[in-house]
Design a protein around this ligand. Structure first.
Ligand SMILES: Nc1ncnc2c1ncn2[C@@H]1O[C@H](COP(=O)(O)OP(=O)(O)O)[C@@H](O)[C@H]1O
Ligand SMILES: [Mg+2]
Length: 609
């Protein structure tokens, strides 16, 4: 088992300890005195509950001795003892419940703090990190991690720790009352019990895992097969599908049988160890009674202590496995938290002081992966209030330029400045606050249209929101919807067409009212009639603002102050529309091809009508 991969167990333990250490600040939060007080009160209650619990068998012993004592004249003594016995039992329960109540706030606050911290951290991580991960996977890691915290706290504090305290108390009492060998016998039994349970549970984990794996395998097979219902019919492969499904089920069957068998082994071993321990202690006590060094009450007391102590241990295997799982889940979450933020504010970063919004790219080199450069020394300027357009084949790096200006990534060499300030020297918040972006694909929040537009400036008034919508030529469309601005847009905004989504994106950028605008193929999803309307709107919006337009359809940028043609990571042509046509180069070729295509489309439409 463990010997197969020596060294893995110590590392796992070290990781577990690190995970527990990483959790501590959340349950002992800095400066939160009321929470810390709760932790202390809960610990006191925990000890009180255990003191009461341990005293119960003691009274039991006194009752038995009193009843046994034929010389006692009054029944009052045993009755008083038995009443006290009842009261203590209640107290032991009550302290336990109180402890839960007091501690719940601490546990829930820890979950909230860890969840919030991870969420903030996720937003601080780079686009690169997020593009490399599946969002669903991250969300699940966070959910499981916070659940793991709750589980760990509950079981550590309410199960493991109390049991440990009780064991120590009982051993101390046994030692004091009856000599060290009772304490030693109890400890020995416990060590054997815990050792057996952890080793067997560790070994059983593989069967549990095999069960889980085969279960999801069977599930995936079944779903995939049903999704391909028609394909199965096309090829008459029902039997083939059934065989594949059955193979997965058979593996599950085998794993489940092994898991069940090993559980029986675990339980039998546990009972044997307990039986051996308790019997030995009882035999010792029996000798004591015969020798008259012990009373009947002592005999009963020892039996009661041992059984009471071993009872909570019945679940040890389960608790051990679940704690391991919780630790693994938490480790995944804390790993996300330990993930370094790639883009950081410089230590002495200032606010971006924008006055005119003059953008300069100077010899900018960039790659997503060092094996494949995307930009190889790109230089250009967007003078304040002017419009510069970037054109080029798909994949030539146009959107990359907009991402670099937003500082989603840091460049390899060269500089990007706005009004003379390097964008790496200013805070990311002030930089992004100064730029408005209408992206190539607009994804919306699954909320109302109003919410999505107001997202550009959440404190905007309804009149301002509607005004922005009008400017983006979407107000009339929205008013025509049954629920108007309160219509929901669906997951990622998919209930709206691409053009409608894009106009909402334009409206919210208008609302944000930044000094610098980036349109990344902002009209590519629109038909040419809508496009004309929006181009007019974009012209209004970008008046007196520094604008970078990335365009697919060249007809949309003929008025730009400068047009850059990007190819192979460098700017191969630049100038105004007419200059570039006159130069008769790449741009002119693209223009002619698009004109010819547009002409063909017009002829086709004319022929149809
Ligand atoms: N996150 C990324 N990781 C790796 N490569 C990327 C990433 N984003 C874009 N690329 C690659 O960089 C090149 C430029 O992409 P992009 O700037 O989006 O092109 P476009 O000019 O079509 O807007 C493309 O070849 C693309 O495959
Ligand atoms: Mg692009």
């Amino acid at each position: 088992m463990r010997s197969q991969n020596p060294g893995s167990a110590p590392t796992a333990t070290r990781n577990d300890l690190n995970t527990i250490r990483a959790m501590l600040p959340y349950i002992w939060p800095e400066g939160a005195w009321s929470l810390r007080a709760r932790v202390l009160i809960a610990l006191v209650l925990l000890v009180l509950a255990k003191v009461a619990n341990v005293s119960v068998p003691m009274l039991y012993k006194h009752a038995v001795d009193a009843l046994n004592d034929t010389t006692a004249e009054l029944l009052a003594v045993p009755i008083g003892v038995l009443l006290a016995y009842g009261v203590l039992r209640v107290l032991s329960e009550a302290f336990g419940e109180l402890r839960d109540a007091v501690f719940t706030r601490v546990a829930q606050r820890a979950i909230r703090l860890a969840g919030l911290k991870t969420f903030r951290h996720l937003h601080a991580l780079s686009l690169r990190f997020h593009l490399d991960r599946k969002t669903g996977g991250i969300a699940r890691a966070v959910e499981r991690g916070t659940k793991g915290i709750e589980f760990l706290l509950r079981f550590m504090l309410f199960n493991i720790l109390p049991t440990l305290i009780e064991i120590l108390m009982v051993c101390a009492i046994l030692w004091k009352l009856y000599g060290w060998y009772f304490a030693a016998l109890t400890l020995l039994t416990l060590v054997a019990y815990i050792g057996w349970t952890t080793i067997i549970t560790e070994w059983r984990t593989r069967f549990r895992r095999a069960m889980n794996d085969t279960d999801s395998e069977a599930n995936t097979k079944a779903i995939d097969s049903l999704l391909n219902f028609e394909t199965v019919k096309f090829f008459g492969n029902e039997d083939h599908e059934a065989r594949r499904f059955d193979a997965a089920l058979r593996r599950y069957e085998d794993a489940a049988i092994k898991s069940g068998g090993s559980l029986a082994l675990l339980n039998i071993g546990q009972s044997m160890i307990i039986a051996a321990g308790v019997s030995s202690a009882m035999i010792l006590a029996g000798f004591g009674v015969v020798d008259d060094t012990m009373t009947m009450g002592d005999f009963v007391l020892i039996n009661a202590y041992l059984l009471q102590m071993f009872m909570p241990l019945t679940f040890l295997g389960f608790v051990y496995r679940e704690i391991k799982r919780a630790l693994t889940d938490m480790e995944t979450m804390f790993q996300i938290l330990a993930e370094n933020t790639e883009i950081k504010n410089a230590p002495n970063a200032n606010e971006l002081k924008i006055d005119a919004g003059h953008i300069t790219f100077n010899g900018v080199t960039f790659d997503y992966d060092s094996r494949r450069p995307v930009l190889k020394g790109v230089s250009f300027q967007v003078p304040s209030g002017k419009t510069v357009a970037i054109v080029g084949a798909s994949g030539s790096g146009k959107s990359t330029i907009s991402r670099l200006l937003f500082r989603f990534y840091d460049i390899t060499s060269g500089t990007i400045t706005i009004d003379g300030q390097d964008i790496r020297d200013v805070t990311q918040e002030s930089l992004r606050g100064a730029i408005g972006m209408v992206p190539q694909d607009t994804v919306l929040f699954n909320d109302s249209i109003y919410y999505n537009i107001a997202y550009g400036r959440p404190e905007a008034s309804p009149a301002e929101v509607e005004n922005a919508a009008s400017l983006a030529h979407i107000h009339d469309f929205i008013m025509g919807l049954p629920d108007g601005y309160q219509s929901t847009v669906g997951e990622r905004g998919l209930k709206l067409s691409g053009g409608e989504r894009q106009r909402i994106a334009i409206a919210r950028t208008v609302l944000k009212n930044p000094q610098i605008l980036i349109f990344d193929e902002a009209t590519s999803a629109l038909d040419s009639r809508t496009e004309q309307g929006i181009l007019a709107a974009l012209r209004d919006v970008s008046e007196n603002r520094t604008t970078l337009t990335i365009a697919h359809r060249l007809s949309t940028i003929i008025e730009a102050d400068e047009i850059l043609v990007l190819s192979g990571g460098v700017i191969i042509e630049r100038g105004r529309h007419l200059e570039l046509l006159a130069a008769d180069g790449v741009y002119a070729g693209m223009w002619n091809r698009q004109q010819a295509a547009a002409e063909a489309a017009r002829t086709l439409r004319a022929a149809e009508t």
